[in-house]
Write a protein that binds this ligand. Structure first.
Ligand SMILES: N[C@@H](CCC(=O)N[C@@H](CS)C(=O)NCC(=O)O)C(=O)O
Length: 215
């Protein structure tokens, strides 16, 4: 059995952070498909008792540990392997600052926006989508400014903050109705740099469940 198991599904940008990290570090891992869309698996008592009381993916199983929250998973893997680990206290705190900003205001808004636009039944209320889009634009502009004139978010090398920030950013533009890489050129260039890292894969190639109904 592979060393790590990751509970995930292809459409989850939150899970993608962990799947991408595992691939970038060359870990021995396998995905465990969570049937979020059809089976509502994360909402079942069984999932909440046996996998994650918070009712979410990703969850990383490693030996006797079961870790949830992508930020915790990324930190755990960086600590264990030394890969994508920010340098020193300043680097660690800076990475944490961007990870929290990402979780709350970048991918934290992009995820629900894309869900309401593509998957929710009935689809999201246009007023809610407009509210989220305005928040997304504000946050992406901040990230774009940060990445202007620098290669990665925290230092010259990619760290867990960069891995975290990729969350939903590689999903097709049609799923958002706008093209992030085009609208925010410094983010676009940074996405290309991340894509060039050995082990990079697109979320739909890394996690099971795409297209919907396949598993
Ligand atoms: N902050 C969490 C967010 C995790 C999250 O929201 N995951 C979604 C899938 S993208 C989920 O499992 N939602 C289950 C539900 O809402 O029932 C992380 O970064 O791991």
């Amino acid at each position: 059995m592979p060393e790590y198991q990751l509970y995930c599904f292809a459409q989850s940008g939150n899970a993608y952070r962990a799947a991408l990290m595992l691939n970038l570090i060359g870990a021995d891992w396998q995905p465990v498909f969570v049937d979020f869309f059809k089976g509502g698996e994360t909402r079942t008592p069984k999932y909440r008792v046996e996998v994650n009381e918070m009712g979410e993916v990703p969850v990383l199983a490693h030996g006797t540990k079961k870790l949830s929250q992508s930020a915790v998973i990324l930190t755990y893997l960086a600590e264990r392997t030394g890969r994508f680990k920010p340098d020193g206290e300043d680097g660690r705190l800076e990475a944490l600052r961007w990870i929290i900003f990402d979780n709350q205001k970048v991918n934290g808004f992009l995820g629900p926006f894309r869900f309401l636009k593509n998957f929710a039944k009935p689809p999201g209320d246009p007023a809610v989508l407009a509210f989220l889009k305005a928040r997304i634009d504000g946050s992406l502009a901040i990230v774009n400014k940060r990445l202007t004139g620098r290669n990665f978010l925290v230092s010259d090398n990619p760290t867990v903050a960069d891995v975290s920030m990729t969350g939903y950013l590689y999903y097709p533009a049609e799923e958002f109705g706008f093209d992030i890489a085009k609208d925010y050129p410094a983010i676009g260039a940074w996405l290309e740099r991340m894509k060039a890292l050995p082990g990079w894969k697109h979320p739909y190639d890394l996690m099971p469940g795409y297209p919907l109904g396949k598993n």
